[in-house]
Design a binder for this molecule. Sequence first.
Ligand code: SF4
Ligand code: SF4
Length: 472
Amino acid sequence: MYNAKSLKAEEFIDHDEVMATLDYAWKNRHNEQLIDTILEKAKLRKGLSHTEAAVLLDCDIPEKNEEIYALAKQIKEDFYGNRIVMFAPLYLSNYCVNGCVYCPYHMKNKHIARKKLTQEEIVKEVTALQDMGHKRLAIEAGEDPVNNPIEYILDCIKTIYSVKHKNGSIRRVNVNIAATTVENYHKLKEAGIGTYILFQETYHKESYEKLHPTGPKHNYAYHTEAMDRAMDGGIDDVGLGVLFGLELYRYEFTALLMHAEHLEAVHGVGPHTISVPRIKKADDIDPSAFDNGIDDDTFAKIIACIRISVPYTGMIISTRESQACREKVIGLGISQISGGSKTSVGGYAEPELPEECSEQFDVSDTRTLDQVVSWLIDGGYIPSFCTACYREGRTGDRFMSLCKSGQISNCCLPNALMTLQEYLIDYASPETREKGEKLIREQLANIPREKVREIVEKNLVNIENGQRDFRF
Ligand code: SF4
Ligand code: SF4
């Protein structure tokens, strides 16, 4: 029986509710009057229910779809402006005891190189990431209680935060590790992590169990209820995501929004971010073996509908997607992207030899961070290296209330400009620096409060003179 407030996975992601929603959405996909009513509600920028969102996703009236895209763009503009926050993944270990059939780190893969970074290697990797200009990392590790116990992850976080190379520092570590206990989530919280990210992969229980035939991840309920345990452990920023291509996208989309509604209903805070990965080629993985792949147009529609349905939730896209695809969807609602990424264990400090390949998936966007920054500026975006909120204690419901009142944008633009200035001075190529500084000068005028603008102007000079880490 569907119950958004239940703590049982099969009740807050109730299969019958998903199916009834999909049926309703399909039957109403040409219902112009209903679609107009939903769009009117969406314009209030307070979000949509999973049922309303599913109708928009299925809508096949071309003019209405244009309205959906235009509204997604407008909401993205209102909440996130033209800022895009940058991050990089750092794979710590690819030892894994699970049997996920879509990931080359699955236990039965005997030919992929297995690696686990030592603390010394992490120092080297983080130094290399700092030399690129990164300030925000997402750490990733397979599930392996012997090779990657929580103590190892905690040591890695400590090491990452301790590296201060030249003007560099990692100011926010987001964590993407397997579902774990409340006690371990509490330890991660104490270690000062930003967001805890866990992809559901698929919400469809039967498929989930087939796609995860062995290992602890096979347990659907334990995995699906992980965010509740994370929040009980004190982590109030959590990131959701599904791996599009495993199951029918309409099912995943609806269930993903039901999960967001559940978090809001139980903990008073929805997800901090939603990631939208699509299945990609990797070592022994062939994406064509999965029947539910989605094309770029469907992908764009999903992103637009998520943007409209949960306006306060950041949306992340990685280098799994090509430059062309990122160009197409970024304006529809993406707020964070990775750049210059390696999806191997190590590889930032020294490139991997082909025979030692430990990549989780092929990267489609292989540009350097400087190229990505330059491309964003050319596209009219402000690349931001901001990490201010969690460092200022703006997390969970505190963050959400600032977000909902629109006050957060008083911080985001100034922080974007100051962190971009740091990047340009410390790491950018001369061409990127020139156009970036021009962008900063132009954007200063968009800071509405004079007092704030004056502080930013002063800090930009201070940054020029060698000081770092200013934030609102
Ligand atoms: S998806 Fe995660 S849990 Fe599954 S095999 Fe890959 S690393 Fe292991
Ligand atoms: S001020 Fe907060 S919400 Fe805005 S970009 Fe920085 S960390 Fe993100």
